[in-house]
Design a protein around this ligand. Structure first.
Ligand code: FES
Ligand SMILES: [Fe+2]
Length: 341
């Protein structure tokens, strides 16, 4: 019992520690006339478009607690509760109580609203009133020289967001989990890593030989290995992998949204400086789908759900191969993102 209580407190602390970060919760295109229920960091939220802007409230009516996500958007500017018709404006203030029209609306009749932005085709929310960080950058998004693939949503995966990011940061599993695609089982030696901090990012760089494919180059033909230089920009819940090879620059931008400590959605988008015909996108998407489906059962199997503290030695890192992972975890500890559940 004592142990369960402890786990609950750690989960709570994990949720709180990720509140100051921006999290994507829905593709902008999916937010139309009706409100949408979403979950983030263990909390039920309602997302709606009022006066043209995406807004996010707690999904609990201030009157008797009905879910506002079951309500309706009226005239494009207020969200009306399905139970007794209280209506809220975009700031979360109640502007209509049908059962007592003509009387003043109590000041407390409001629901909590959260900072919300739309960027990169996604609606982002920060559960802290004062966002401390930027939305994870995707500089290729505005670069007309680079072709962007479609926005993709994966999951939810039964895994914590940092575990998902770590799986993309970890290159030493490539020959084992992605043989013939990202790694060569005959050459499992890890590359030399460079790891450093740059602004709000942890950056890891390395060169490796990778099997020829669309994302690297097919010049060498099937079975050939080609050199790829990786530069990965990481936050606790996102990673942008920049791969430079004979083909050009190929980017995978991926954000893990923590629905809870053991459940996360993945939003992902690719960009490439070559082979820019959109008709080629399905080939690239298929490759990425295959890679993620190979990762998924492994990442979902990892325990504990959150990363155990380095000092616990519950995970036995090997150096120098696991250097980027150690740096990532040290950084999470610096940011007081709790672990050990
Ligand atoms: S519970 Fe929402 S109006 Fe009554
Ligand atoms: Fe992987």
């Amino acid at each position: 019992m004592q142990q369960l209580k402890g786990a609950g407190a750690v989960i709570e602390a994990y949720h709180t520690s990720l509140e100051p970060f921006w999290h994507p919760i829905l593709p902008s295109d999916n937010l139309k006339d009706n409100p949408v229920a979403v979950e983030l960091l263990g909390r039920g939220l309602v997302l709606s478009r009022l006066d043209g802007a995406a807004v996010v409230f707690d999904d609990v009516c201030r009157h008797l607690g009905a879910a506002l996500s079951r309500g309706t958007v009226v005239d494009g500017c207020t969200l009306r509760c399905p139970y007794h018709g209280w209506s809220y404006d975009k700031s979360g203030r109640c502007v209509d109580i049908p059962a007592r029209r003509g009387a003043a609306i109590p000041r407390e009749a409001r629901v909590r609203s959260y900072p919300t932005r739309e960027r990169y085709g996604l609606v982002w929310v920060c559960l802290d009133e004062e966002p401390e960080r930027e939305i994870p950058a995707f500089p290729e998004f505005g670069d007309s020289e680079v072709h962007k693939g479609p926005l993709r949503t994966y999951g939810p995966w039964r895994a914590s967001a940092p575990r998902i990011v770590m799986a993309a940061l970890d290159d030493t599993h490539f020959p084992w989990v992605h043989p013939g695609i990202l790694g060569d089982p005959a050459n499992p030696e890890p590359p030399d890593h460079g790891v450093y901090r740059e602004g709000e990012y942890l950056v890891s760089t390395y060169d490796m030989m990778q099997p020829a494919n669309d994302t690297v180059s097919t010049n060498g033909g099937a079975g050939a290995l080609e050199k790829v230089t990786y530069t990965n920009y990481v936050t606790p819940t996102s990673i942008r992998l920049v791969k430079e090879s004979a083909a050009g620059v190929y980017v995978i931008w991926q954000v893990a949204t923590p629905i809870g400590h053991d459940k996360s959605l993945i939003f992902s988008r690719q960009a490439r400086s070559f082979d820019r015909d959109p008709a080629r996108d399905p080939e690239y998407e298929r490759l990425q789908d295959t890679i993620l489906e190979q990762d998924r059962p492994i990442v979902e199997s990892q325990r504990p759900w959150l990363l155990p503290p380095l000092s616990s030695r519950m995970m036995l890192y090997v150096r120098p191969a696991d250097l980027p992972l150690v740096a990532f975890q040290k950084w999470l500890e610096e940011l007081s993102i709790p672990q050990e559940v």
